[in-house]
Design a protein around this ligand. Structure first.
Ligand code: B1M
Length: 215
């Protein structure tokens, strides 16, 4: 796999080229490129660049929106391939996952959900902007093993702590494990709020989930 193609993938996100990103994702599949590598080494690099430029005022909200749309188009093409190449089919556990209320970032959370599902977990994806109580209620309803809470904003991270507390209030802890993630989240934050684990990416989230259900 040439760095050149990864670079073109990243550029399609930077330029917010929805059609181009989608075509490049199809090309990756046709060329037998690992779909997760296409996402992480190609498209995500572009999104990271846009995030950095946005952070220092070089790009603006419309650029962020277009980049996100291009990213979603690429991931939509690659998702079935991620599912298809998932090796383990036995149900390893039930995971309720979502992005906390006040936060609408869903690309990373959806990637984590897809990888968990492809790895054999039964996943209940509550979407974005999810109320604290909804995580706990769904966990009780489906007898979840793990609740996964994503947050991309420093202002919404605090809701991850509220989810841990909501599970405690329903008497579901410590049987239901909590894993947290998202760009501003760290190991020390996870420990501080009493979560059972943190992962910085989707592959790590799968390893963590397996470790959590194994006890
Ligand atoms: Co927003 N945004 N955004 N944004 N955005 C960030 C997060 C930001 C860092 C950009 C910046 O300023 N440099 C910044 C947050 C600053 C902060 O609080 N620390 C920011 C901001 C400020 C905002 C707004 C407030 C902007 C505004 O309106 N002024 C606004 C907030 C809206 C809201 O949520 N209420 C906003 C809006 C948006 C868009 C809607 C335009 C769009 C999101 C579209 C969508 O998701 N449908 C968007 C985007 C695209 C980004 C960046 C550029 C990219 C995020 C992304 O999708 N990354 C982002 C900058 C950045 O992170 N580089 C930024 C790719 C994705 C694969 O990675 O989501 O990190 P990520 O997920 C990873 C890991 O984090 C981990 O695994 C995933 C896969 O590897 N992970 C988990 C994630 N969840 C996990 C859960 C787990 C385990 C691992 O267990 C449960």
């Amino acid at each position: 796999m040439s760095q050149e193609l990864y670079d073109v993938m990243a550029q399609s996100i930077i330029d917010g080229e929805v059609e181009e990103a989608s075509l490049l994702a199809e090309r990756a599949i046709a060329e037998g490129i690992d779909p997760l590598a296409a996402i992480n080494e190609g498209f995500v690099k572009g999104l990271d660049h846009v995030g950095e430029e946005f952070g220092c005022g070089e790009m603006f909200l419309p650029d962020l929106v277009l980049a996100a749309e291009a990213m979603k188009a690429a991931v939509a093409v690659l998702e079935p391939e991620l599912e298809r190449t998932g090796q383990e089919r036995a149900v390893l556990g039930r995971v309720v996952i979502g992005t906390v209320s006040g936060d609408i970032h869903d690309i990373g959370k959806t990637l984590v959900a897809t990888m968990l599902s492809a790895s054999g977990f039964q996943v209940y994806d509550l979407g974005v902007d999810v109320d604290v109580a909804a995580f706990a209620q769904k966990a009780r309803e489906v007898n979840a093993d793990i609740v996964g809470v994503s947050s991309l904003l420093t202002t919404t991270m605090v809701k991850q702590r509220d989810v841990v507390e909501a599970l405690e209030d329903l008497g579901l802890r410590p049987r239901v494990k909590v894993m947290v993630g998202g760009a501003p989240v760290t190991h020390s934050w996870a420990a501080e709020i009493g979560a059972d684990g943190y992962s910085e990416d989707a592959m790590g989230a799968v390893q963590l989930a397996k470790a959590l259900v194994a006890g």
